[in-house]
Design a protein around this ligand. Structure first.
Ligand code: PMP
Length: 360
């Protein structure tokens, strides 16, 4: 097909690769351990499955586009007014809506790098320009991020804990940063992994946004709540931000089954948080085992660990995949490994133990 036939496509699409989701692989005996997408390793609770089955009897009807019941339940859960909440098709869907709402061509979006891969992708798609600030020791350098803000900046993403490194920023440095950000910039605190945090110095974004009109918090049902397949995320921010997110949503983007499952998950929060606690215990076990074997693994507050492997990254990822363990390599930099069940993690640790080229 000649170039002429795609003359109607925006030129920017030529330079943007499609988002690459975490892979699954099959190892010896068909073994497949998926540690490549930071998912919960646990299937849905019976109460959530019941809610899904009940909601599925109404598939002929459009969902409630405004997700009123879920919005009210989230407002109640986080003790915020309902007009401070906007629900979307995954937090990545809301990220795209935020770009649509803020970033005209020529606008800049600032974030640390390396961080969540959707940031550059969605920024470029929107026509905005990405401006990145390097991580320092795999951790957000908020001075560098503040220095990346210009008159053209409209959005700043702060991923806390950071994907893929698992590192965090603490309350004192984050509030000092927020106090420096000018009013023409919206700061989005991406807290997709917030439920896994145990470090008491890490702030809850919901406490920080209240006095700051240009700060909003992004959360998801995909990780701790185990609903990645259903695509439900939400924003908590001031009404002008939440309204902008509602206006930019594709009508009916969050389907009826997803809304029902999210509501049932909020009802089952205590049970789900026990699973999170098990994942946190496993995270600490995995990191300790890797450290004891001489690997370099920064402290992590998320449901994954980051192995700084530099040039050995793809080689080690190949060893994992050959054993049926799918991980997420970033060539030349390092490897992100999600925390799974104890058996999943043991499968990964066995590969790590057998690997000769540890980067200590
Ligand atoms: N933010 C971060 C930091 C993530 O890692 C992810 C998922 N990988 C998302 C947002 C998007 O999650 P979802 O769209 O499933 O809510």
């Amino acid at each position: 097909v000649s170039e002429r036939n795609s003359a109607y496509l925006r030129a920017v699409l030529g330079s943007i690769p499609p988002y690459k989701p975490g892979r699954s692989v099959a190892g010896p005996g068909g073994r497949s351990v998926k540690l490549s997408s930071n998912e919960s390793p646990y299937g849905p609770l019976p109460s959530v499955l019941d809610a899904v089955a009940a909601a599925a009897t109404e598939l002929n009807r459009y969902p409630d586009s405004g997700a009123a019941e879920l919005t009210a339940a989230l407002a109640d859960r986080f003790r915020v007014p309902a007009d401070h909440v906007a629900v979307g098709a995954g937090s990545v869907g809301i990220l795209q809506q935020l770009l649509e709402a803020t970033a005209e061509p020529g606008a800049e979006v600032a974030y640390a790098w390396r961080s969540f891969e959707a940031y550059p992708l969605l920024a470029e798609l929107s026509g905005a320009t990405s401006v990145t600030a390097p991580l320092a020791d795999e951790t957000h350098d908020l001075d560098a991020l503040a220095a990346a803000i210009t008159d053209r900046t409209r959005l700043v993403f702060v991923c806390n804990p950071n994907n893929p490194t698992g590192t965090v920023v603490h309350e004192a440095e984050l509030t000092a940063f927020l106090d420096r950000v000018p009013d023409h910039v919206l700061v989005v605190l991406d807290e997709a992994y917030r439920e896994y945090v145990r470090d008491p110095a890490v702030p809850d974004g919901v406490d920080l946004y209240r006095d700051r009109p240009n700060v909003a918090v992004l959360r998801t049902f995909s990780k701790a709540y185990g609903l990645a397949a259903l695509r439900v995320g939400f924003l908590i921010g001031h009404p002008h931000v939440a309204t902008a997110v509602r206006k930019t949503m594709v009508p009916f983007a969050v389907n009826h089954v997803a809304q029902a499952a999210a509501l049932a998950s909020l009802d089952a929060e205590a049970e789900l948080l026990e699973r999170v606690a098990a994942t946190v215990a496993e995270r600490d076990r995995v990191r300790d085992a890797l450290l004891a074997d001489g690997w370099t693994v920064p402290p992590t507050e998320a449901n994954f660990v980051w192995l700084r492997l530099g040039p050995d990254t793809l080689d080690f990822a190949g060893s994992c995949e050959a054993a049926g363990v799918a991980v997420r390599p970033f060539a030349g930099e390092g490897l992100r490994v999600s925390i799974g069940t104890p058996e999943d993690n043991d499968a990964f640790l066995a590969v790590a133990r057998a690997y000769p080229e540890r980067n200590g």
